[in-house]
Design a protein around this ligand. Sequence first.
Ligand SMILES: Cc1ncc(COP(=O)(O)O)c(C=O)c1O
Length: 384
Amino acid sequence: MKFYSLASSNWDKEEILAIKNVIKSNRYTMGGEVLKFEKKISKFYNVNHAIMFNSGSSANLIMIASLFEMGLIKKGDEVIVPAVSWSTTYFPLYQYGLKLVFVDTNKFGIIEIENVIKAISKKTRIIFNVNLLGFPSKLDVLKKIADKNKIILLEDNCESFGSVYKNKKAGTFGLMGSLSFFYSHHITTMEGGMILTNNLKISEYAKSLRAHGWLRDLPIKNKIHNKTGDNFKDSFKFVLPGYSLRPLEFSAAIGSVQLKKWNKQKKQRIDNARFFCKLLGKSSKFEIPNFDKDSTWFGFPIVFKDKIDRNKMIRVFELNGIECRPIVAGNFIKQPVINKLNYRISGKLKNADHIDECGLFLGNDHRNLKKQLNKVNELIRNEI
Ligand SMILES: Cc1ncc(COP(=O)(O)O)c(C=O)c1O
């Protein structure tokens, strides 16, 4: 066992009971538990629709697929993205023939507003914002820019469950927002994700695209293709080129339990963050974000001034049983897969490069991490 792991499960007998209840019900494929969890999440987020998927990556894919099938975007359109994010923020854009426009971020991977403004061209159709590591971008400003330029704002909120920006939950500023319930994320069903939206038509497209492109999960009167009312015909009517990305009942039943535990978990995460910021706040050798009580602190980023120090600390942490990792995927431009994508870079990616070369992050979760963070502090202060 590691002294300080990147993530840890908070499942206990309640999650096990939820799993047993699904087994007892003998209904495993998407059904009542998924509907219940979707309702709970839509209430939690105060949005009209929450559509569950088998992962956050699938949610990102269907956000783009819905816009494409609704005719709101087309091949060759440009999408502004931050240069630091996870691979599956970017891949659906490639998969739908869109051009990625990479812009630089702040010191900790959050998209910079002035870079977004500079990157807008006649072809821009989407700003795909990412609320990275629990920190919302300046979402009200992004929304204004998007509206002014008749561009769609989307939010990859997979790393920022429960984070708030100016009293409104991150993930609800754009036309759609995505969530992930993967193991290391805030609430976990091990695999799972969600799209949040207030738009009924989008929710119907997303539901059809989630399950084979059929009509089954839609009401008789819907915004894609009305049903006949004849179950025999309606159940096997395919109206969109869809996928099979449905979640299991297990995941949703567990999600409902996890959501009940969220407030307690959130408090501990933020307490850990407060401790981390106080302990490591001042150094001439590295920087960390300022404490922010509205972030749900996915992890603890540390950006060293010098890459030699970062590389040294990776080794020291390893030797001491402390897991650390790059800040998300670093500067994505440097990933080998970039050669496959259609993209341009707007401006210089100075901060993204620095994050890539000098950044790392440590985990945060529901546990009190004082002991682990004290050790981190001691090692950093001794070694560099
Ligand atoms: C920013 C971001 N987007 C999307 C995803 C994909 O989520 P999932 O692992 O549920 O597919 C992740 C996963 O870590 C992520 O960090």
